[in-house]
Design a protein around this ligand. Sequence first.
Ligand SMILES: Cc1cc2nc3c(=O)[nH]c(=O)nc-3n(C[C@H](O)[C@H](O)[C@H](O)COP(=O)(O)O)c2cc1C
Length: 391
Amino acid sequence: MTIRSRLDKALNIEDLRQLAHRRVPGFALAYLESGAEDHATLQWNRRIFDRWRFVPDTLVDASQRSLQTRILGAPARMPLIVAPTGFNGMLCHHADILLAQAARDAGIPFALSTMSSASIEEIAREAPGCRFWFQLYMLKDRAITRDLLKRAEAAGCEALVFTTDCAHFGNRESERRHFRAPMKLTLKSMLNTACHPGWALDVIGRGRGVPGFGNLAGYFSEEDRASGRGAAFIVTRLDAGINWNDLRFLREHWRGKLVVKGILHAADARQTTALGADAVVLTNHGGRQLDGTISPMEALAEIRDACPDLEIFIDSGFRRGTDIAKALALGADAVMAGRALLYGAAASGRPGIDKALGILGSELDRTLGQLGVTSIAELERRHLRTNPASI
Ligand SMILES: Cc1cc2nc3c(=O)[nH]c(=O)nc-3n(C[C@H](O)[C@H](O)[C@H](O)COP(=O)(O)O)c2cc1C
């Protein structure tokens, strides 16, 4: 069976995950899938959705439905945003560009990571018309940070997403087991990689080599980078001391919309708005940072009640349209999709990303119909009941 026909047969995000497992070698899958330490948060991010059960309305004509909404004041075709994810080039060639183009064509925003494979300028050139957001990891060297902001502004980025939950890098043991030293695979992982020739040809073949860091490479000399061996070196250049003053700094230096990603407390959400941010992302970084963290779904209703006018996005563990509907009913304005779309990219590049977006959109649309509502604005807490068995 060709990959195309396998893709046609994929019914849900889990099917795309299975396809990604066929195509991508173990070390790259570990990068994509792993959570921190015991994976307690990673697994909790999926299980939490069972805490709420739906209470549908009946005998409502919901034959005409729309997923249309507004995100940061501009129209979006559905309440989804492509989450910023680094090193996407390890999954398929030009993954960042393909994600940006797919987001544009689906009518939703795309967020490019500081640690992306493609540069800010490449995205601007290759995906014109995309609602382009740039995610910032604060670098120790503020001159570099200021330059990144300048580049993002020059490229027409609509929003800056300041990630606050990565100051101390997560301990992803299942990923580390594939390496004997930074960027040096174990023999077992090298042999496994050799068993994935389709991936190898696409990602590192044709003279492409290991994908780099399009946004950052220019700031460091070849010697610096070689001494620290790639990703591990760049992580040492991120600022572990970020604090509220950095948000003040960004509000002063960034004229566009400002989104803070890494919020789980109502008090932090309030402080974020007080300092002039336009929106927050409730997240535990997909279970990749502090193991044992709550799911953002557990904090959502409280934060919505504390900040009724704040624009709230959420991510971590979303794989189904029903998951998205539950978040919207609890008060989220949109969901950031991380691995759900990366599975599509890893399975087969652009067609896989389109398939993932199509699955999430059609599942959400069907959920609205089955709940007896015609638009996402009609989703309310009364459509949910806490599942007593899950408490
Ligand atoms: C492979 C991978 C790389 C990521 N890289 C970044 C990043 O560079 N910046 C960032 O703010 N978040 C990053 N994240 C976190 C995502 O933005 C998002 O919070 C997370 O993927 C949501 O969880 P989910 O994958 O379960 O949907 C990354 C996540 C993954 C899976």
